[in-house]
Design a protein around this ligand. Structure first.
Ligand code: NAP
Length: 280
């Protein structure tokens, strides 16, 4: 397929659902060979079907079930990609979540094991993947895009403090990695989404999908939460990721954040909304 990612090979973590799935679809439609990954077989099959339905031939994508928090999962993901496509040009570190406390504790009483799980997924796996792909991206003069969140920005998040902490750490890691890796021709940048309609809210709060949808609708219709008037959809974030992953579009942008949130971070409403809408 011909497009702006023709000839490129991309790994998109967390592409069994949500933002990652939409990013894999966009990249593949624009010519990339993509490796799709996640833990859940059924969701992975959903992405496979979405790719086929979009006319992407099986030869242009690879599905690798893997837990990104494990060293063996990371190694398998990279080695299978290289084996199948022969090189790597783009890594999108998108897998992430706000993992609920197993004992439903909130605030600073959330357990240290919750802190460790959240950090391992949202930060440590990105650090490890970055180290492991470095030689391959140095060869291809490749690009890394990390998916952070607006919760990394400068306001507190009282009920679930570890997820914002992890995303803030990810933003800072991006800046440091960017100035280290640019000497090898590798660019690193970040997209920080706001409220986006994916599986994120359901898994973070335990709400049903109907209740989550109501949350997205309520947020979208509240201009003091989302000034643009609607909750984000995965394709909004995929487009920002593609911009940062595409050298010709964003060559001179290094270690920066694109905030894709419909204006939420410009107003104070979001933080006021969440405690009333979520239970954990
Ligand atoms: N949606 C939002 O409102 C929002 C806002 C700001 C930031 N974000 C960020 O956007 C990114 C994508 O989230 P999303 O909104 O698309 O959520 P989602 O629909 O819940 O998708 C999360 C993806 O991450 C994967 N994942 C989670 N833990 C994993 C693990 N241990 N190993 C491998 N894959 C794992 C999931 O795959 P499996 O379930 O198959 O393992 C899934 O593909 C995350 O980094 C999230 O923090 C989302």
């Amino acid at each position: 397929m011909v497009g702006r990612f023709s000839g490129k090979v991309a790994i998109i973590t967390g592409s069994s659902f949500g933002i990652g799935r939409e990013t894999a679809l966009l990249f593949a439609k624009e010519g990339a060979k993509v490796t799709v990954t996640g833990r859940n077989e059924e969701r992975l099959q959903g992405t496979r079907q979405a790719l086929l339905d979009s006319g992407i031939p099986e030869t242009n994508f690879l599905i690798v079930p893997a837990d990104i928090t494990t060293s063996s999962g990371q190694d398998t993901l990279i080695s299978k990609t290289l084996e199948r496509f022969g090189k790597l040009d783009i890594l999108v570190n998108n897998a992430g979540a706000s993992i609920p406390d197993s004992q439903k504790r909130t605030g600073i009483n959330q357990g240290i094991e919750t802190y460790e799980q959240v950090m391992r997924l949202n930060v440590q796996s990105v650090i490890e993947m970055t180290q492991k792909v470095r030689p391959h991206l140095a060869k291809s003069k490749g690009d890394i895009v990390n998916v952070s969140s607006i919760v990394a920005l400068n306001f507190g998040w009282a009920r679930t403090p570890y997820y914002p902490l992890a995303k803030a750490a990810l933003d800072q890691y991006t800046r440091s990695a960017a100035i280290d890796l640019i000497h090898e021709g590798i660019r690193v940048n970040t997209v920080n989404p706001g409220v986006v309609q994916t599986g994120f809210h359901e898994s973070a709060t335990g709400l049903s999908s109907d209740a989550s949808q109501k949350f997205y609708d309520d947020m979208g219709s509240n201009p003091s939460a989302i000034p643009c008037g609607f909750s984000g959809r995965p394709e909004h974030i995929a487009k920002a990721i593609a911009f940062l992953a595409h050298r010709d579009s964003s060559e001179y942008i290094i270690g920066q954040n694109i905030i894709a949130d419909g204006g939420t971070s410009l107003v104070l409403g979001l933080h006021a909304q969440f405690p009333r809408q979520t239970k954990n």
